[in-house]
Unconditional design. Structure first.
Length: 427
């Protein structure tokens, strides 16, 4: 039997290893999909495509991603993160490679939709893995760390895509991510493990009860009926899911269309437009850390209060962005960073801590898949609708759509202000 000291040392080693490996892996998923925001103005110029048509390409990814989240959330609870995340990364590499060769709109839509589906193999199994390895008392902090992965991934994707667009050409906006995604998939498969039980450590429940473990075993799946029932009968999960639907309207409105706006309306080069947009998720890291600290320490493990407050500020700064159009570039940059700060704080709480808390660790992937899937229905809406609004009614109408999304999400999270999930067997 392992001594308590050796068990504790192994837990520290494995938790650090899993968190670092998972952080890198999920950051790489964003390198394989945020690149489209930089490619849009280049695709317009090279192939004469309209904003509405290119909005359809982004909508295809988001819709397929949302559907995939519903499916892969369930599969993530059954099969765990190691195989699903590695498979998703490598298949996303394949579809980025193919998109780099595509020149016909129909092919672009199909390939990017397939990319969206395999991209959905990343987040839900990641949440499941975190829920298996980390106890509830630290999930706010760990969620903040995990949230910073896709913020850094988004920033790196925008910057790399901007550099590729300016110095190598459109096709390398997709081909460079192909290389990085393959490396990331192999790295995760080698380094990742689904749960403590797999390496002979006590599960979260056993750890809380002081139970030692002598041998490795599988992470037990309670069945699809359990995971589906847990998700579909939970009012808080439904409310967070609809909140994310509205939040992703503004989040992906800015992520996918801000580079085009800065390129067309402010005369920035595509690399500078990508760099400025990339500062949004960078600023979001600070917002994520603040939201995690507030939920763990000020609001005593309640995730909704911090999210609601930050969402109302997001709506306000989206309005400020409209009012400061044409101001000094530094003003616009600061407002964009404020938008990133108040976007990612609530987003991380809604897609990471809330699924683990409300779904329990045994249904964490299912809850995350349902919530994130609903969120990407909102992203799908903003893709084609934003393109249509900009093309036919001007940029301000798109910004007002995004502002409305932030305020609607804030109202929904406000309604969960006092909610704290009951502590059950598998939390």
């Amino acid at each position: 039997m392992k001594s308590p000291e050796s068990t504790e040392q192994l837990q520290r080693y494995w938790r650090k290893r899993i968190l670092i490996s998972l952080w890198i892996s999920y950051a790489m998923f964003y390198v394989g999909r945020v690149n489209m925001g930089v490619a849009i103005p280049l695709l317009q110029d090279e192939y004469g495509l309209t904003k509405t048509a290119l909005g359809g390409v982004t909508t295809a990814l988001f819709f397929a991603y949302g559907v995939g989240q519903f499916v892969n959330g369930q599969l993530g609870d059954k099969f765990g993160g190691r195989i699903m995340i590695a498979t998703g990364l490598i298949l996303s590499a394949v579809f980025n490679l193919l998109f780099g060769f595509s020149s016909v709109l129909t092919a672009m839509i199909v390939i990017w939709a397939l990319n969206g589906y395999v991209q959905s193999m990343g987040w839900s199994p990641s949440v499941k893995t975190v829920a298996n390895w980390f106890p509830r008392k630290v999930r706010g902090k760990i969620s903040s760390v995990m949230g910073s992965s896709y913020q850094v991934g988004a920033a790196v994707s925008l910057i790399l895509a901007g550099l590729m667009a300016d110095y190598v050409g459109l096709r390398w906006v997709f081909w460079l991510p192909t290389i990085l995604l393959v490396i990331a998939g192999i790295h995760w498969y080698i380094r990742g493990r689904n749960a403590p039980e797999v390496v002979g450590l006590p599960s979260i429940e056993e750890e809380e009860q002081g139970v030692e473990r002598d041998e490795a075993c599988r992470d037990h799946h309670l069945g699809f009926s359990h995971t589906l029932r847990t998700v579909l009968t939970s009012r808080p999960i439904w409310m967070v899911a609809f909140g994310l639907f509205f939040l992703n309207i503004v989040r992906y409105g800015f992520m996918d269309w801000a580079p085009t706006y800065l390129f067309e309306e402010e005369g920035a080069t595509i690399s500078k437009a990508a760099f400025k947009t990339g500062l949004m998720p960078v600023a979001g890291i600070a917002g994520t850390l603040l939201a995690g600290w507030l939920s763990d320490n000020v609001f005593k493990e309640r995730r909704a209060p911090a999210a609601a407050i930050m969402l109302f500020f997001l709506g306000f700064f989206t309005w400020v962005f409209i009012q400061t159009t044409g101001a000094h570039w530094a003003v616009g940059l600061l407002v964009l960073m404020a938008i990133g700060f108040f976007t990612y704080g609530p987003h991380v709480a809604m897609v990471t801590a809330c699924p683990m808390d409300f779904g329990s660790r045994k249904a964490a992937a299912s809850a995350a898949g349902f919530i994130d899937g609903m969120g990407y229905m909102g992203a799908a809406l903003t893709g084609v609708v934003s393109g249509y609004l900009v093309e036919n009614h001007g940029w301000d109408t798109a910004f007002y759509l995004w502002m409305a999304g932030a305020l609607a999400a804030g109202v929904l999270m406000l309604m969960l202000w006092n909610y704290r999930p009951k502590i059950g067997e598998y939390h």
